[in-house]
Design a protein around this ligand. Structure first.
Ligand SMILES: Cc1ncc(C[n+]2csc(CCOP(=O)(O)OP(=O)(O)O)c2C)c(N)n1
Length: 335
């Protein structure tokens, strides 16, 4: 068994299994740390006026994207919201292409034309971040339908916030996904607030995963503090989609440390609340487990340095990259 919540414990297995779990957790930890450092650098550049438009940070929620995407194969599709940096980096998109996109540069993953909310890489089946709350859930159902229709084995993962589950599109998509047995995993990342509005002011039930019952869909609900636990839950849902062509509604209980976007000072919650949530921080937790499993402090520091170097390189690349040409802007402008 992989460690569950509570005190980290080393798996009671042979040396080979411990070695494999340690290697996996090292990889997942590095990706979570990369997302965090990438976004800290993005926040700094935004405050300096180097990045424009909107910027919604994922800091605090990293275990959700990283655990989830570690359960996927290259044949699977991902669709997300405007809070999409974590998904992109967890899917293996380069920090350079992502940072350049934030800077609006031609070398960005959407050629500088999408910005923070529209990270996209068709080669990795990262089918984009979307700004319309809930509007992307039917698109994800369509992708799952396409995989099934073409008799491909791909599964679609669709990420949204708990603020989207009262939107009609969410229910229409779930209804069809259940009716047509689509290989879709709908992932509600419940970070407790939709902008500044807490869940209890917009939803009549606190357990968001219960919404699946109306459609006869499988459901699951769990906390995203431990990335390996997140991965296990996703593996079950992805397997159900891939092998039985059945959808699942997952509620991932998480928390964002920063404001909704860079312009949000977060006055609707107390500093004590945020500090309390940080005590379950997913990156720190992974570090504790790794140390428990024999990874040294020096090794973790080396990971930190390599991540910082990768992010610094991405910032340099973005700053030195060219702006999109007038021809490109004209070609991609719909008028
Ligand atoms: C249809 C629509 N209504 C309103 C908005 C404005 N808006 C942007 S984000 C947001 C809150 C969404 O919260 P949630 O779904 O919980 O996701 P989170 O931002 O917490 O990740 C709102 C109301 C929008 N983008 N689209």
């Amino acid at each position: 068994m992989l460690p569950r919540r509570g005190a980290p414990e080393a798996p009671q297995r042979g040396a080979k299994a411990v070695h494999e779990h340690t290697a996996l957790l090292r990889e997942l930890h590095r990706t979570m740390l990369l997302i965090r450092r990438f976004e800290e650098a993005a926040a700094k550049a935004y405050s300096q006026g180097r990045i424009g438009g909107f910027l919604h940070l994922y800091i605090g929620q990293e275990a959700s994207a990283v655990g989830a995407l570690s359960a996927l194969g290259p044949e699977d599709y991902i669709v997300g919201t405007y809070r999409d940096h974590g998904l992109a980096l967890a899917r293996g998109m380069s920090a350079r292409a992502c940072m350049a996109e934030l800077y609006g540069k031609a070398t960005g993953c959407s050629r500088g034309m999408g910005g923070s909310m529209h990270f996209f890489d068709a080669s990795r089946k990262m089918m984009g971040g979307y700004g319309i709350v809930g509007g992307h859930v039917p698109l994800a159902a369509g992708m799952a339908f396409a995989s099934k229709y073409r008799k491909e084995k791909g599964v679609t993962l669709c990420f949204l916030g708990e603020g989207a589950v009262s939107i009609g599109d969410f229910h229409e998509a779930l209804s069809l996904a259940a009716l047509w047995h689509l290989p879709l995993v709908v992932v509600v990342e419940n970070n407790e607030y939709a902008m500044g509005t807490p869940l209890e002011r917009t939803l009549s039930v606190a357990d968001v995963s219960l919404k699946a019952l109306a459609y006869g869909m499988a459901r699951d609900r769990f906390r995203a503090d431990d990335v390996l636990t997140v991965r296990e839950h996703f593996q079950t849902a992805v397997q159900r989609a891939r092998e039985e062509s059945l959808p699942t509604l997952l509620e991932v209980q998480t928390y964002r440390y920063r404001g909704h976007s860079m312009s949000d000072p977060g006055k609707y919650r107390t500093a004590e609340e945020v500090e309390a949530r940080k005590r379950n921080d997913c990156v720190h937790r992974a570090e504790l487990v790794l140390q428990e499993w024999g990874v040294t402090e020096e090794e973790l520091q080396a990971v930190g340095r390599s991540v910082e170097a990768e992010v610094e390189d991405a910032v340099r690349f973005a700053e030195e990259s060219p702006e999109p040409s007038e021809e490109l802007i004209e070609a991609l402008t719909y008028a």
